[in-house]
Design a protein around this ligand. Structure first.
Ligand SMILES: C[S@@+](CC[C@H](N)C(=O)[O-])C[C@H]1O[C@@H](n2cnc3c(N)ncnc32)[C@H](O)[C@@H]1O
Length: 266
């Protein structure tokens, strides 16, 4: 199925989900080009995060996706979903932004690849318990949805033994990132870790979620998920990213991103 199905009118949404929907609908045009580029990557050549960590290094995708049910929570332009579909998975991509999903649907048509796109909130996914073998989020629900709600929801959707893999900003980067996103991070802590879970940047309405490591472990274990791995990949020198002013210098010393791999208890 290529068309996005609207599961949730804006009226009934929690405040942060409505704010993030408006934000992402307005921001979507700036994600078209990177989405198009990522859609073109072939199996084995997928890259992740702001510096393009190669899939063989960080193994965000399980080897055995063929024939499995997979869901991407906050799929944006849908490239991760496309990668999973190319690896033979039956894929659902859910996203809160109709504008992001329009790009995803166009790219499906252009690449001749079909999977289900749902317009909705990853905190409330309209699928029965145990529908999926694998769930993933790269800067999607993991950053923009409330972990108190979306983590138990992801656990509900997984079958026993099913995996959830997420990639988001590192805790340390969040503590060091200046309020002005055009400024590079330094070696100074700029905000307290206690109470940092929910973040609204100055002048913005969008809401981000940045649990501490202890917070993530508490969320996962209380939802019946066991931690398999926490990866903090190191960037190579000299890389540039529009998402990190100053290039990769900071990220060669400290992790700018982190990856949690967790499994539903059997
Ligand atoms: C940065 S994109 C992630 C997609 C892609 N991996 C990327 O990095 O471009 C963030 C996406 O999360 C979506 N999102 C935010 N809150 C969400 C929610 N509660 N449920 C589903 N998607 C959500 C946004 O609409 C946006 O498309």
């Amino acid at each position: 199925m290529g068309a996005a199905t609207d599961t949730q009118p804006s009226g009934g949404l929690p405040e942060h989900v409505a704010a993030n929907r408006a934000y992402w609908d307005a921001y979507a045009p700036q994600w078209v080009e990177s989405g198009e580029r990522q859609w073109r990557l072939a199996p084995g050549a997928e890259t992740w995060g702001i510096f393009g960590f190669p899939e063989p290094e960080i193994r965000m995708l399980p080897d055995d996706l063929a024939g499995k049910d997979a869901i991407e929570l906050g799929c944006g332009t849908g490239y991760v979903s496309a990668w999973m579909a190319r690896r033979g998975a039956r894929v659902v991509g859910i996203d809160n932004s109709a504008a992001q999903l329009e790009t995803a649907a166009r790219l499906q048509r252009e690449h001749g690849l079909a999977f289900t796109l749902l317009h909705g909130d990853a905190e409330r996914v309209p699928y029965p318990d145990g529908s999926f073998d694998f769930a993933i989020s790269e800067y999607g629900a993991v950053l923009w949805a409330d972990p108190e709600v979306w983590v138990p929801e992801a656990a509900r959707l997984l079958r026993p033994g099913g995996r959830l893999h997420v990639l988001t900003n590192s805790v340390l980067y969040h503590l060091c990132a200046p309020d002005d996103e055009r400024e590079p991070a330094t070696d100074r802590l700029l905000r307290p870790q206690f109470g940092m879970g929910r973040t609204v940047w100055p002048g913005e309405a969008a809401v981000e979620f940045h649990p501490s490591h202890g917070g993530w472990i508490r969320q996962f274990t209380s939802a019946g998920l066991e931690v398999v791995e926490l990866l903090e990949p190191q960037a190579r020198p000299g890389l540039v990213s529009r998402h990190l002013p100053g290039g990769s210098a900071w990220a060669t010393k400290w992790p700018v991103e982190e990856i949690w791999k967790v499994r539903k208890r059997t």
